[in-house]
Design a protein around this ligand. Structure first.
Ligand SMILES: NC(=O)c1ccc[n+]([C@@H]2O[C@H](COP(=O)([O-])OP(=O)(O)OC[C@H]3O[C@@H](n4cnc5c(N)ncnc54)[C@H](O)[C@@H]3O)[C@@H](O)[C@H]2O)c1
Ligand SMILES: [Fe+2]
Length: 382
């Protein structure tokens, strides 16, 4: 085993009603004028009140201008609000979109150059602004990862800032925060979390630590996601999803994700599909492709899924896994096939040309891909 360096938010606060633990953290971090970064969906759902009700003793403000799959311009707008309001801390309350914006603002607000200087890996020099992340979806795991993803409308692609300075000071992961999620968001963000666990487990950079997190995350999510989708009020299912997505975030934040994510990015960038939906469309097809490289690892996934595989070969166990993934996506009503999203078949070569550039993720994938392989996977997923 090579040396690994495990990364997380500095403090994790989890469990039912963990949201009520915000105030001591605000005090501990010395925030007097925090800016709460969220979006209108979270605000209007009433869930934000669980957070703002604890902030009456400080001079807080709310920025609710985050949009799903947020664009670079939102970082600029939100940073303006932060600077002109002379805020001294950030509290992200939302899905991956709000958390990613808050992470960017935390490093950009004290950067004296343009935002684009921070794109890529390891370009951020410092962060002095305290940052608390409270996810309302289950979820992206962004509360514990060192990456922020933004959409670039001009270049029609997704861009990222990767830096350990993005890791929040505190992550508060509580099931009551996701109870108001619309069904489609529960489904898409839940599949995203499962993909994080699976891709981390199959990653070339998996370690025994990320394996333990990833397999437990798979076990929790495969059972809880259909339940949370079928009954949003099911707090036990919400808690299992919250814990599962956090563990998946810790796993992929350290082992990385692979070809599912690499091929999903161009779909988000060009056709604005929700991140979890893009992943769901590609997941079974990339799994079919990866099987050849590491079929024994698929057996580990089948065990986490609770499949009865004692008398099966590795190949048969892998087939069970892929069938179960198809069924999960159907159960949570994510349409199968890129064609369901008005993506023209003629666009597949361009999508493949975009995806092959995502070397940052493709290098984690257990089976190597060349351009023709990627195009073939898009065709299979069409
Ligand atoms: N940084 C990372 O590590 C990481 C990992 C995966 C994905 N992402 C990014 O995260 C984004 C997707 O995030 P997401 O899937 O969490 O969705 P999201 O943050 O885009 O939210 C989707 C919709 O759900 C609504 N919503 C969220 N929580 C709600 C709640 N509790 N009640 C009512 N409405 C609610 C929002 O208002 C929004 O309209 C993408 O931009 C993706 O690229 C980042
Ligand atoms: Fe993801």
């Amino acid at each position: 085993m090579t040396v690994s360096n495990f990364k997380s938010a500095h403090r994790l606060i989890t469990g039912y009603q963990a949201s009520s633990e915000l105030w001591p953290q605000v005090q501990r971090l010395g925030m007097q004028r925090p800016l709460v970064i969220t979006d209108r969906g979270v605000l209007q759902s009433g869930t934000l009140k669980l957070i703002t009700d604890q902030l009456n003793a400080v001079d807080y403000a709310i920025y609710d201008g985050v949009t799903p799959e947020p664009e670079v311009a939102i970082v600029e707008a939100c940073t303006d609000t932060f600077r002109t309001g002379e805020h001294d801390g950030l509290i992200a309350v939302g899905g991956g979109s709000a958390m990613d914006i808050a992470k960017c603002v935390a490093v950009y607000a004290q950067h004296d150059g343009p935002l684009h200087e921070l794109f890529g890996e390891g370009q951020v020099r410092q962060r002095n602004i305290p940052l608390i992340a409270i996810p309302t979806t289950a979820g992206t795991g962004s509360e514990v990862t060192n990456i922020s993803i933004l959409s670039d409308a001009e270049q029609q692609m997704k861009k990222g800032i990767v830096s350990d300075h993005l890791l929040p000071d505190v992550a508060i992961v509580a099931p009551e925060m996701s109870q108001s999620c619309p069904r489609s968001v529960t489904a898409a963000s839940g599949v995203d979390a499962l993909v994080h666990a699976i891709e981390a487990y199959l990653s070339n950079f998996a370690t025994p630590i990320t394996d333990a997190l990833a397999t437990k995350a798979m076990e929790l999510i495969i059972r809880a996601l259909p339940k949370a989708f079928a009954n949003p009020e099911n707090i036990q299912a919400r808690e299992d999803m919250a814990t599962g997505s956090l563990m998946a975030g810790l796993a992929f934040g350290n082992a990385g994700v692979g070809a599912v994510h690499a091929l999903a990015y161009p779909l988000g960038g060009r056709y604005h599909l929700a991140h979890g939906v893009s992943n769901a469309l590609l997941l079974p097809h990339v799994m079919e492709w990866n099987k050849l490289a590491c079929v024994e690892r698929f057996r580990g996934i089948a065990v986490a899924f609770g499949e009865p595989i004692d008398n099966l070969t590795d190949d048969e166990a892998a087939e069970r896994v892929i069938r179960r993934l198809h069924r999960l996506c159907a159960d949570v009503e994510i349409p199968a096939g890129l064609r369901s999203f008005d993506i023209p078949e003629s666009a597949l070569p361009e999508l493949a040309a975009e995806a092959i550039k995502v070397d940052r993720l493709l290098r984690n994938n257990p089976r190597k891909l060349v351009l023709a392989d990627i195009e073939a996977i898009y065709r299979a997923a069409y």
